[in-house]
Design a protein. Structure first.
Lengths: 167, 978
């Protein structure tokens, strides 16, 4: 199948710019990147319908020879509407985060900064409770076994005498 | 058997509820079920012992040849009797062991019952995958049962440890099971064992299965979880860790030994692991002061013993193994139950704190004594019979020239001597008078109370079985021989109490003598034990592995999740570029022909779009960026229109318009400039990544084009559209008919998105009532409309009764935000727009249009009303909530889909009505059109929801924030006028 280089290049440019914008911290820019990438993806699917031709509407003078493949169009039609839905959702997110966080003129940054980064030690704390459980098991077993029963009697005798002395 | 299993499931599900009524007495109820299954199994004895089998099978996954097939032969029969019999007794014991106030009693009872059922399934299953399924369920149930005291740390830790170790083994076993069933070409265990496949793969699979069995049966090096699991309530220890779960591994080895004992590696692994476990467990057991731990290590030791015997693979050893398995289940469960009673009544199970119990509790002591004697192998008890047969089997094998027979014999004799020693120490520790403790024993509990006599029932019954089966060794042996005979090879040993003066008898006496001697010099022996350097501690290894995994997980998490969306995206994109980029270089299917453009205008459009995209990326003002992105969107419209995609062009144009409006609605509140936090260095990096992704995507597009060899489905779809879908617009027919499933899913996505948007915006709960003007309800509406219109700019000075308007909601706006021109235009265009949208909806089947385009146009008309008249105008225009639109649209679409089911057709099958109507002419109306109406309504609902949230609600919040009376209080304004 032959390709129209113009469309391929356009798609590449839109992907590139979309990714470039999306990698920023501002949610608005992420949304703009999302929209650019969305359009680029639609273009990618669209490319697959091949060269330009007649609309896939029967009886429109279309002989069927030169008709465009309708399958990519169907996929895209739903994609376009879903894109709108997701865009609206991200917009609502932007507004909500801005409104609730009372960011004012700060805008809508994704506010995870370097100081928020958790380090390894902190992360290990999350496992601490597990370690405590293990430790308890170990203590339980060790406490019962460690001294064996050598001199069980003499140990008891010792206790006995200590106690007696205490009295 | 299947019926029994289903009953287990059902009763276990009911148990928590029953427990609420009966409290601890519920155990009597649940015990009835394993008891009934015990009786059922016993009734099969005649069949099974005559060499027959009882089978049941229900297909499950025929494609994989997996079925719920069950097969009761002698081995399964023996195990089934043990797990149900001991299970029923332990449950009866539980009724006395637990008080009515025990927390989470219902859960415990249900789990214990479910466990009994699972064990029954495990030992009777014939399908190897079904058996594995039961195997894993026992792991999970044992996790829950060991962790019964959820508030205790050691209980949780032990439960997790047992789960990790046994599921690790289980995973290894699964691999083995798959390998074996594929190599053997069957999923039936019986088939695999009677006709064992050979080869290296089978060796590997058998070793893996053994690993699973060893982890389950707590053999070295997996033995450490069993002592830790003693944190469980004692009935659990008695049942799971003596009679049932740990026996699963033994059972599996016993099951496979007839077919696979001659697999390379089997014998050394079995004998070395088994004998070392036996000695190590007994050695450790001698060091314990906690009676329960002493028994736990003793169990480890006995499990090692069992594995050597059942895995040995001769006919005599198999007979001995089956006997030993039975005798161990009986005496070890008894001993655990006895420890439970001691712990329960005396408040301790520490042998340094118990003294004189034998005198005070003679019945208990006698029960324990018999069990201990059986464990030590003292005649005429079952344990003695079993041990005799074991030694004879090994001597037989050894003298027949099998070196492993001698190794096994030496190992088990040493182990037996140690067993005698710890058995004696157990009894001494629990019941003996220790004069040096007498004065300390301040608490002197009373003699056996009535309650504690009731709790003795279970251990006494088990002990009676130990004696009775020992005395009837002959008949028992004949019963078990039908399993032993499945092992190939010579052998004519029969169980009996007296075989005459044989070497085995001498070895038994030797073990008893040596063990007693060890017990006599226990103080000196303990000193020796302490002096010896500790053996490598497997549990320490386990703990360090678990700890290392935890730490590694933490490290990786911290490394990968550094925080910040851009970093994650960067990682994802880099992986994408690297993987797919490398793949593109390997490609050989480039397009056959390139053309620079399809038509000259394409270049122009593309250039504009590319420029808009680049500028959008660089724009610092929000609005500018949005408009530039919009420009690329409208560029798409042009491309579609020129390319033969009118539907796409129409939809994209409408969507693009709606998007820009919605964007502006939100952006009017946000700061104009986009905050700039990125450092210049990052910009280069971003540019590089963007370029790399763009190039990769371009290459992928080219490759995809080149890879496409066959022509499209166009002609076929066109035929389908006309013949089946009765429409000429192929795209629309596909949406509502051929690929209607897809569309329906898409509709649900839209509904979710709309709901999500609304829930993000309506912070304090969604208003059910659509905001409307007060005076609009009723007849006055018409009158208001009829009045003349003044220039809104003059109203500021003269608010009077002569206020007339084109849009009712317009009055609620601040005068400086109104525009008469727009109000008039909107008023005049709204209804035609709605008409056109309905036309698009119905025409879509044959011409560009359809539910999506129609719905979007109607939404756009609503947007216009809102923009001109504010949020109250929206309520006036469409006085129903978006939820109703979304819901009814979804209902219509799904109703159409399901409707075809009622006439016996497949889901989403469409039907058509065609005929001539006067005036309109030929009409074709189908169910797919009704489906499209659903689409139409959902799309309007989405737009309306977005508008109410991002428009109306944002307005309201703004008004609240600004506290502008004219905007915030339309009702007040209305009432003033009234």
């Amino acid at each position: 199948m032959s390709a129209s280089l113009t469309l391929v290049v356009l798609m590449a440019i839109m992907y590139g710019t979309g990714v470039y914008v999306m990698l920023e911290k501002s949610l608005t820019r992420i949304l703009i990147g999302f929209m650019l990438i969305g359009n680029a993806t639609n273009l990618l699917i669209f490319l697959m319908s091949g060269r330009a031709g007649d609309a896939p509407i029967i009886g429109d003078g279309a002989t069927g020879e030169n008709t465009v493949d309708p399958v990519p169009q169907v996929l895209m039609l739903t994609a376009i509407v879903i894109n709108f839905g997701v865009t609206a959702f991200i917009l609502a997110l932007i507004y909500r985060s801005w409104w609730l966080a009372n960011l004012g003129d700060e805008g809508d940054d994704v506010t995870v900064d370097d100081e928020d980064v958790i380090d390894a030690e902190e992360a290990e704390v999350y496992h601490a409770s597990l370690d405590e459980d293990d430790e308890a098991v170990r203590a339980q077993l060790a406490g019962a076994a460690d001294n064996g029963d050598i001199d069980i009697e003499s140990d008891i005798d010792n206790n006995h005498t200590e106690r007696g002395a205490g009295r | 058997m299947i019926l029994a299993l289903l009953t287990f499931v059902g009763l276990a599900a009911l148990t928590p509820w029953l427990t609420r009524l009966l409290r601890a007495r519920v155990f009597y109820v649940v015990a009835a079920l394993p008891a009934a299954v015990f009786v059922y199994t016993a009734l099969q004895s005649a069949t099974v012992l005559a060499g027959g089998v009882v089978t049941e099978s229900v297909p499950w996954i025929p494609q994989l040849d997996i079925a719920f097939s069950f097969r009761m032969d002698t081995l399964a029969w023996l195990l089934a009797l043990v797990v149900t019999g001991v299970g029923a007794l332990v449950m009866v014991y539980c009724a006395r062991y637990f008080s009515d106030t025990e927390p989470s009693l219902g859960r415990f009872a249900a789990l214990l019952l479910a466990f009994a059922g699972t064990m029954f399934g495990l030992v009777t299953a014939d399908d190897i995958y079904v058996m594995f399924m039961f195997w894993e369920i026992t792991s999970v149930l044992s996790y829950l049962l060991i962790g019964h005291y959820t508030e205790r740390k050691e209980s949780r830790g032990a439960a997790l440890q047992a789960l990790l170790v046994t599921t690790f083994g289980g995973l290894a076993m699964l691999v083995g099971v798959v390998l074996l069933s594929v190599a053997g070409g069957s999923t039936s265990i019986h088939q695999l064992v009677t006709d064992p496949p050979g080869g290296a793969i089978v060796t590997v699979s058998v070793i893996l299965i053994l690993a699973g069995a060893f982890s389950k049966s707590a053999l070295v090096p997996f033995h450490f979880w069993l002592p830790a699991a003693m944190a469980a309530p004692t009935p659990v220890s008695a049942y799971l860790h003596a009679a049932a779960m740990v026996k699963a591994g033994i059972y599996l080895v016993a099951r496979f030994a007839p077919g696979f004992a001659d697999t390379p590696g089997w014998m050394p692994v079995i004998v070395i692991v088994g004998a070392s476990t036996m000695i190590l467990g007994a050695w450790r057991s001698l060091r314990q002061n906690d009676l329960k731990l002493l028994l736990a290590y003793g169990t480890v030791s006995q499990l090692g013993f069992l594995i050597v015997v059942v895995g040995f693979g001769t006919r005599d050893a198999a007979l001995a193994g089956a006997t030993l398995l039975l005798s161990h289940a009986l005496f070890k469960a008894t001993l655990f139950l006895v420890v439970g009673i001691i712990d329960h009544d005396e408040g301790t199970r520490h042998l340094r704190q118990l003294t004189g119990l034998g005198r005070r509790r003679p019945v208990l002591a006698a029960t324990a004594l018999i069990a201990v004697a059986s464990m030590s192998g003292i005649p005429p008890l079952l344990g003695y019979v079993a041990k005799e047969s074991v030694f004879s089997a090994f001597i037989e094998a050894g003298s027949a020239g099998d070196g492993w027979g001698w190794v096994a014999l030496v190992g088990t004799v040493v182990g037996s001597a140690l067993t005698v020693a710890y058995s004696a120490r157990f009894f001494w520790g629990a019941f003996a008078r220790k004069p040096e403790l007498e004065t300390q024993a301040s608490h002197e509990p009373g003699h056996e109370s009535h309650a504690s006599r009731g709790i003795l029932a279970a251990p006494i019954i088990l002990t009676i079985a130990t004696i009775a089966l020992g005395l009837s060794a002959g008949p028992l042996g004949r019963a078990l021989e039908s399993y032993a005979d499945t092992v190939s090879g010579e052998g004519d040993y029969h169980l009996a109490l007296w075989h005459g003066f044989e070497p085995a008898l001498g070895l038994s006496a030797l073990a008893i003598g040596a063990g007693s001697g060890l017990f006599a010099v226990r103080r000196r022996f303990a000193r020796l034990q302490r002096a010896l350097p500790p053996v490598v501690d497997a549990s320490r290894v386990y703990w360090s592995i678990v700890h290392a995994v935890d730490r590694l997980a933490a490290r990786i998490t911290v490394f990968a999740q550094r925080g910040g969306l851009p970093q994650y995206l960067t990682t994802i994109l880099l992986v994408f570029v690297l993987c797919l980029g490398v793949a593109t270089t390997l490609n050989r299917t480039w397009p056959a022909a390139f053309v620079a453009w399809d038509y000259p205008a394409q270049v122009f459009i593309a250039a504009v779009m590319a420029a808009a995209a680049v500028m959008a990326a660089r724009a610092t003002h929000r609005l500018a960026a949005v408009l530039l992105v919009g420009a690329t969107g409208f560029g798409m419209v042009a491309l579609f229109a020129f390319h033969g995609a009118p539907d796409l062009a129409l939809t994209q144009a409408l969507v693009e318009t709606v998007t820009i409006v919605v964007f502006v609605l939100v952006l009017r509140r946000l700061p104009r400039k986009i905050a700039q936090h990125n450092k210049p260095v990052r910009r280069w990096r971003r540019g590089m990544i963007g370029a790399a992704v763009g190039v990769t995507m371009g290459l992928i597009g080219l490759i995809a084009l080149g890879a496409r060899q066959a022509g499209g489905l166009g002609p076929e779809l066109a035929r389908l559209a006309v013949e089946e879908g009765h429409g000429q617009n192929v795209v629309n027919v596909m949406l509502v008919d051929i690929r209607a499933w897809d569309t329906m899913n898409e509709l649900s996505v839209l509904v979710v998105v709309a709901t999500g948007v609304a829930s993000l915006l309506f912070v304090t709960g969604r208003n059910v009532v659509v905001p409307r003007l007060r005076e609009s309800r009723g007849r006055r509406r018409g009158l208001e409309r009829a009045r003349l219109v003044d220039d809104p700019h003059t109203q500021n000075d003269a608010p009077d009764d002569r206020q007339h308007t084109w849009l009712l909601g317009g009055r609620t706006l601040a005068p400086d935000q109104r525009s008469l021109m727009i109000e008039v235009l909107v008023r005049l265009l709204f209804h035609p727009a709605i008409l056109v949208s309905i036309y698009l909806l119905f025409a879509g089947h044959n011409a560009p249009g359809g539910g999506f385009a129609g719905g979007l146009l109607a939404g756009l008309a609503l947007i216009a009303r809102y923009l001109a008249g504010g949020r109250y105008e929206l309520g006036e225009t469409l006085p129903i909530g978006p939820g109703i639109l979304l819901g009814s649209g979804m209902l219509i679409a799904t109703g159409t889909a399901l409707g075809s089911l009622f006439v016996g057709a497949d889901i989403l099958t469409s039907a058509y009505f065609e005929g001539d109507l006067p005036l309109i002419g030929q009409v074709s109306f189908g169910t797919s059109t009704i489906f499209d109406i659903g689409v139409y309504l959902v799309v309007i609902g989405v737009v309306l929801d977005v508008l109410r949230s991002l428009g109306g609600e944002v307005d309201r919040q703004q008004a609240e924030a600004d506290d502008v009376p004219g905007v915030a209080e339309p009702l007040k304004a209305g009432s003033e006028r009234a």
